[in-house]
Design a protein around this ligand. Structure first.
Ligand code: ATP
Length: 266
């Protein structure tokens, strides 16, 4: 494991039964980085996340995590029984009991102060995602891992959520690894984007990836699209570049493998 990485994978392969879901994936994330994994449905994004956490075995290659790494994980699907009369407060104490003060602080941090006594089942999608984030933050993670955290949110809700993630990163210094389909918004709030399709099609800073032919082919983009939008958003918001030691003037080069990324996996 190289110095400073929180999680690292080399030549990672994962199989589900006879099917190879991921092959030859190299990955690393360092403290304070926001890394987003994008890719079509079924491209192995959740599988990669689960393999990096250790919830799925590697069929080949290896995954290493920093010793004692504290992970705050929000899975893609969380089944909450709507008939279960669980309050937000009670949910925040699962699985680990937290004090009222800690619960209140976490809810305030994620922009939903004072909703302790509301039933979980009655929250809006955006409120629920913020409660999930609050719960993940209570573990004081070194890395937050969020699998499609803005699923079901509208565009302003999604943009607000990503802004919150950046604030959390800025204030706590935690790294963030997330999966997203919200290509446009993600572009403005990630240090690095990994474009996945069973293997890493391309990766690098949002600017580099959004211009990469592999990425554009995979998402069927023309010559404007996400790149133009990313530039527009980014031109007006440079806050997240400050103080994290990421040198955006020397992006990781996007690289392509010999694999064909133009398959339709949707
Ligand atoms: N437990 C499982 N058993 C068998 N196959 C699985 C299992 N979990 C996932 N797969 C298959 O592995 C492939 C990758 O799935 P994965 O959920 O990682 O993709 P994804 O990129 O996260 O997709 P989505 O964008 O739809 O959430 C898919 O073909 C899926 O059907």
């Amino acid at each position: 494991m190289s110095d400073n990485a929180l999680i690292e994978a080399s030549n990672l392969g994962v199989r589900h039964g006879e099917t190879t879901v991921l092959a030859h994936v190299d990955f690393r994330i360092e403290p304070g980085e926001i890394v987003t994994v994008v890719g079509p449905n079924g491209s192995g994004k959740s599988t990669l996340i689960r393999a990096l956490i250790g919830l799925e075995p590697a069929a080949s290659g290896r995954v290493s995590r920093a010793a004692g790494l504290v992970i705050g994980y929000v899975p893609q699907k969380l089944h909450i029984d709507a008939s279960l009369p669980m309050t937000v407060r009670r949910f925040l104490s699962l699985p680990r009991r937290v004090s009222d003060a800690q619960a209140a602080e976490a809810l305030a941090r994620t922009g939903v102060a004072g909703i302790e006594q509301r039933p979980l089942a009655g929250l809006s999608g955006g409120q629920f995602q913020r409660v999930l984030l609050a719960r993940a933050l209570l573990a004081k993670p070194q890395i937050l891992i969020l699998d499609e955290p803005t699923q079901g949110l509208d565009q302003p809700g999604t943009a607000g959520f990503y802004k919150l993630i950046e604030e959390v990163r800025r204030e706590t210094g935690c790294a963030v690894l997330m999966v997203s389909h919200d290509l446009h918004v993600v572009m403005s709030s990630s240090d690095r984007v990994i474009c996945l399709n069973g293997h890493v099609c391309c990766e690098g800073t949002p600017r580099v990836v959004s211009a990469a032919p592999e990425y554009r082919a995979l998402f069927g983009l023309g010559t404007g699209g996400a790149f133009a939008l990313y530039q527009h958003v980014h031109d007006h918001d440079h806050d997240h570049d400050e103080g994290h030691g990421h040198d955006h003037s020397h992006p990781h080069a996007a690289h392509s493998h010999s694999h064909d990324c133009e398959h339709d996996h949707a």
